[in-house]
Design a protein around this ligand. Sequence first.
Ligand code: NAP
Length: 499
Amino acid sequence: MAILTDTLIVGAGFSGIGTAIALRDAGFDDFLIVDDADGPGGVWHWNTYPSVAVDIPSFSYQFSFEQESDWSRSYAPGRELKAYAEHCVDKYRLASQMQFSTRVQSATYDEEAATWQVETSRGPITARTLVHAGGPLSQPKSPDIPGLDSFAGVTMHTSRWDHSVDLAGKRVGIIGTGATAVQVIPEIAPITGHLTVFQRTPIWCLPKLDVALPRPLRSAMRLPGVKGALRLASQAYVEVTFPIAAHFHKRVPVAGVAAASARKYMASQVRDPRTREKLLPTYALGCKRPSFHNSYLSTFNRDDVALVTDSIEEITAEGIRTVDGTVHELDVLILATGFKVTDKDALPSYTVLGPGGVDLADHWEATRFHSYQGVSTVGFPNIFAVFGPYGYNGASFFTLVENSAAHIVRVLREARRRGTPVIEVTETAQEEYMSGVLARKDGQVFADPSCGGANSYYFTANGDVPFRASTTIEASWTNRRFPLEHYKFTDAGTVIQAT
Ligand code: NAP
């Protein structure tokens, strides 16, 4: 029998947890959270690779209303974030409204009933409102390299780490040098017999102020004002280094200053000049996400670590053959190849059919990504996203979750007040929002021509960067204060389909 719920939240990571808490606070108690994982935490549930840790300071990487005093480090390890997710689920009594091991396959809008019919791996669910809280880094991406399946050894993606595989003494290859590889490489290099790193595009790597937080400091954080002061400092640091550096690049050239200091740092870390040169990016810092680590670069000083920059031609049973004809023999192949972020089958990972059977993915492909504050899209009523295109400004993900949840709750409240079942953003509101965001495009770091060589997942196939070009204060304000006339609140059967 189909489950009936008022609001279906897809995703039990922090996006889903934060939305559920906001709904409950506003008196919307009838919700269900589904996730294909077998527990909460999203990326922090799936990513258990060695040394997984956050790279936004923990004082910022948490809900503003649920600030932890017990992080063991300034950048908490992954297991503490998973525990924090479980803590939030317990404290806000969400467990009984969570259904795990449930993969959403499709969502189809029923215009007459004004509901979403959702097909899942565990049966259908009917919901009045659908919230996509799937997160941008949940669909692991395998590299499109010929022969991937022919490798005779063990292959694993970093986000599906197989802890039964013993790397000790093995010949290990790792493809990718993104934020994940930057954490994995220094950790496994001392264990493996030999580690070969296959780099296609180098990454900017900056030092990380990653320090243990001793007990006395953690106790002091319970004193009035201390936690707040640390959070304020952390928020300011994140704001300057991410949103301001990226979106106001022309006016506030933080990225250039950071690149100069990163260059010096990189030179101080790597002994061999040829290796150093290979590790140094040629694109502007900020075109793709930089990394922060204190021993990634120096790991390449080890005799048992090789950096290979020749392109990969093929994966064979023995290992990896590069274009120069060398076969790099391997026992284990690690794919640190990231996630499908803006791919057609990733945002979201299931088919969404709006009024008139319009497919959201086709619609976005045909008309390019757009949205209203990353939360809603014209032609798709009663469906909201926590992380939709042009919604995230690059600050702590938790700020985005709180902003999007506040926005969603605001329109749901208004619909409840009016007693109307259908909520849809207006075309004018979406157009105004999009033109405001896009007007800042030329001042962003992404406009730097060198970004063409960055291979950055920030860019869609047609060259758009669907970030919200905004400070966090501005985003928080507009998500909570937008005019309610930006939405239409109507009765069932009145929505005009997207074209
Ligand atoms: P990523 O940044 O997308 O990096 C993927 C890497 O794989 C890149 O170096 C890419 O090279 C390489 N690659 C992909 N396909 C390839 C192919 N066919 N041949 C050769 N190389 C290939 O993925 P990620 O490192 O998993 O990081 C994703 C995001 O997760 C980060 O940007 C960050 O937002 C988040 N993250 C956060 C943390 C944290 O907070 N601690 C940790 C890890 C990840 P190209 O660059 O040439 O495409």
